[in-house]
Design a protein around this ligand. Sequence first.
Ligand SMILES: Nc1ncnc2c1ncn2[C@@H]1O[C@H](COP(=O)(O)OP(=O)(O)O)[C@@H](O)[C@H]1O
Ligand SMILES: [Mg+2]
Length: 293
Amino acid sequence: MTTTAPAIGHPQHVTDGPMIAVREARYVYPRGRVVALDGLTLDVPAGQIVGIAGQNGSGKTTLTKLLNGLLKPTSGSVVVNGMNTADWPVQKMAAHVGYVFQNPNHQLFATTVEEELKFGPRNLGVPEEEIPERVAEAVEFFGLEESLPLHPYRISFPLRKLVGIASIFTMRPRVFILDEPTTGQDHRTTVVINRLIKRLGERGDTVVCVSHDMPLLADVAERLLLMWNAQLIADGTPREVFSDREAMQRTHLTPPQITQLSLRIPSRAGRPAALSVPELVSDLRGANPEAGA
Ligand SMILES: Nc1ncnc2c1ncn2[C@@H]1O[C@H](COP(=O)(O)OP(=O)(O)O)[C@@H](O)[C@H]1O
Ligand SMILES: [Mg+2]
């Protein structure tokens, strides 16, 4: 169906349809014949920031690998930026869909951080004179000045994680996929990842972020998907999904503490969950103006 790849590095390029279109996608791992995705259908418009949560083994990583073509659906289809992943090699998909592995050790291979950051754009055929500017932007954003000459395996694990993300950032993909970016990370790295997702959103990029970090998803995601047993069982704003008791219980996920509190205040019964302290405070003041005076 698809004949030509959309132009690379062309932020204005817009597909006619959604940025991501998954239709009845099923994925069965050959080993053990595990059904990891059981007929999943999903549309993501360009520019949306989507969070995905769910228990271990529910199929989140498999779904993200289908989105960048690392895995091809056993049946059904996955189309990203107008490209059906069944028709395109993963190297071509990589120009459009940046995939940050959960474990940076599965991603990094250059001998210095600087080379690692240059590799992606070079491999895409970005003109050599444009590469330093991309690297400089990444170095500043991720705070990697001192790491540039070092071997990626000689720096701390949190920094290595940031290098893994930065090496995708320099490729400037339209779709950015992050698999559990803050798991096992320190506070500073978590803050940088939070800022990154917001920055990508401001640029109009599409972001898919798998995470167990409910406060992160409450803060950055416009839409939250819950996976359970190879299926999608909830899809809405974080506020809607956190308020969906049955889906939250089924996935054993707990909303951020402030959201849990907001759901337990008797005077707020029936009102949507609050996602932040300021939001809850102003909500309570609105309900009872005397309270905050
Ligand atoms: N390489 C593999 N071979 C066989 N089964 C796998 C493989 N990778 C994952 N699985 C299985 O597929 C299911 C979904 O896994 P995964 O997508 O990694 O879930 P999640 O990311 O939500 O933890 C699990 O039952 C898991 O054991
Ligand atoms: Mg996973």
